[in-house]
Design a protein around this ligand. Structure first.
Ligand code: NAG
Ligand code: NAG
Ligand code: NAG
Ligand code: NAG
Length: 285
């Protein structure tokens, strides 16, 4: 019952989710006694310097250079809105939207932010959704994932594509973990399971290629979760876990990601980009 998509695939639009308050990292920065990180206080995580530019600028440069994205929507909050507007002056391809909230307690959650941008910008096509605090290792390639998505679409236009990388046993409790079949179709997603609860070690970072036909399901999901606590729609993976039983979702494997959740992981990421990144010009392209 699956139609084949014959259209030439262009991802005209990308949504970057950047409305988080980064409370853990900010707490680490406030608490740091060395003084080295004082000037990072109050900066939204996607705008933190990573290597030679802001974390989120790595994405904008790669997406812009890919040639197939003509608009990048960045959803932020009212607290960081001005800072994102200022940053976006360098990037005509970017449009910034505020979710209107001013504190972590009032956050709408990532799924609502995605829905907000889909409605506000009238997105009715395949869309790339990226977590604004996410960066990948150098094997990640936008053109590879787009090619894989095109292949999937050629078989079934309901197909969506997500990423996975192998995490350590003790890390399953930190991430969404995907279970897949032999064709790399996702069977289930477990949210932060203990290592004993699943044989899988496939952690799923926030980088999704959602097909056009999956976007109306955001409304269905959020309507079902209307009365649910924020924790059930906070993470973008909450929607993905629900989507799996409704549309075919496949996995593209990558080697790993940078996690800038706390100060030591931020420092490690920044150092990697300054000292170890092999090919700055083609990173993530
Ligand atoms: C803040 O720093 C102190 C001293 O370094 C440490 O004992 C404490 O656990 C830290 N608190 C948080 C919330 O990280
Ligand atoms: C923070 O200060 C250091 C020097 O102390 C500077 O190299 C860095 O660019 C500053 N970062 C920001 C985000 O202002
Ligand atoms: C975006 O891509 C265009 C076309 O390749 C290029 O001319 C422009 O410099 C790029 N802009 C940024 C900010 O990278
Ligand atoms: C910081 O984050 C990294 C990566 O997620 C994790 O491995 C590490 O345990 C965290 N450190 C602290 C002090 O929480």
């Amino acid at each position: 019952s699956c139609k084949i998509s014959r259209v030439i695939l262009l991802f005209n639009r990308t949504v970057i989710l950047a409305a988080g308050y980064g409370t853990r990292l900010q707490r680490d920065i406030e608490n740091d006694t060395s003084g080295r990180f004082r000037n990072l206080s109050g900066i939204a995580k996607p705008l933190l310097p990573v290597g030679y530019c802001a974390l989120i600028s790595h994405w904008v440069q790669a997406l812009n250079a890919s040639g197939s994205v003509n608009t990048i929507y960045v959803v932020t909050n009212a607290l960081y809105h001005k800072a994102f507007e200022k940053w976006a002056l360098d990037f005509p391809i970017v449009k910034v939207l505020s979710d209107g909230t001013r504190s972590n307690e009032d956050r709408l959650g990532a799924v609502t932010c995605l829905q907000l941008s889909v409605k506000h910008f009238k997105i009715e096509d395949h869309v790339i959704v990226i977590g604004g605090d996410t960066l990948f290792k150098e094997d990640f390639s936008l053109s590879d994932v787009k090619e894989r998505f095109s292949d999937l679409q050629a078989h079934c236009e309901d197909s969506c594509l997500v990423l996975s990388y192998q995490c350590k046993d003790q890390e399953t409790g930190m991430y969404g973990i995907l279970e897949v079949d032999e064709h790399l179709r996702v069977l289930s997603m477990k949210e932060k399971p203990p290592p004993s609860e699943t044989k899988s070690r496939r952690a799923c970072p926030c980088f999704y290629l959602f097909c056009k036909r999956s976007l109306p399901l955001l409304d269905v999901f959020l309507d079902e979760k209307k009365e649910a606590p924020i924790e059930e729609k906070d993470a973008p993976g909450n929607f993905l876990a629900w989507l799996i039983s409704r549309m075919p979702v496949y996995v593209h494997q990558i080697s790993g990601r940078f996690d800038v959740g706390n100060l030591s992981s931020y420092v490690e990421c920044d150092r990697y980009f300054r000292e170890n990144l092999q090919d700055v010009q083609s990173y993530m392209m």
